[in-house]
Design a protein around this ligand. Sequence first.
Ligand SMILES: Nc1ncnc2c1ncn2[C@@H]1O[C@H](COP(=O)(O)OP(=O)(O)OP(=O)(O)O)[C@@H](O)[C@H]1O
Length: 235
Amino acid sequence: MSESVAAPVVALRDVVKTYDDEGLKVTAINGITMEIPRRRFAMIVGPSGSGKTTLLNLIGCIDKPSTGTIEVAGEAVGRLSDNKITDFRAKNIAFIFQNFSLYPVLSAYENVEYPLLLIGMPAKERRERTMGLLEAVGLADQAKQRPNQLSGGQKQRVAIARALVKHPEIVLADEPTANLDSQTGAQIIELMRKMQHEQEVSFIFASHDPQLISHAEETYIIRDGKLVEHRTETV
Ligand SMILES: Nc1ncnc2c1ncn2[C@@H]1O[C@H](COP(=O)(O)OP(=O)(O)OP(=O)(O)O)[C@@H](O)[C@H]1O
């Protein structure tokens, strides 16, 4: 294993995040130190209100910790200016949401292709990458359909393809199965795991559903803003 693969993709040191809720201090993350190894299928699990979304937002550089430090893909992100953070996020991090967040007027193909248009990828390469990912998520035949013509599971497949299209370092998914029935949810988790391996990205998803733990390679259990356990799947 090369050194760069062995280095963690995410490292938090003594991270605290408090919110000011109309004068009341809410501690969402209460002193978390943790490392997530690179190119693993990692899950953050905990009950509602335990701090999962806050943690993903910190890792995704959407929010900053109140105290403590965070390294993402080897970068001490707390030191970056807001402009640099935006560039860093665009280059390294992709998001998958529970409500799919697809563009309703674009077809499945166009939704996946869109991030590549923004970076000016040449047309041939763009088509190959887009179709390759749609095929990999099992949606080649639905390429022309718009989101409202797709099932929930199919919409999440489009969102997975779109998240991976720019070769991000990390994909973050917040409750990606929350709007799916349990069978479709399990299929989507398995697809994410397959895509994580094939595309060699680091994949971190948050869920309140402990039944999904069996799918994860790394599991971080959080409660009341604290890390209570880290389990690693032995290969
Ligand atoms: N913007 C905010 N302002 C004030 N309090 C907040 C804010 N965001 C989150 N919190 C509080 O921080 C705590 C952690 O919230 P968070 O959304 O991270 O938990 P969660 O585990 O993702 O919950 P859920 O599974 O219900 O989405 C909760 O007590 C929540 O009420």
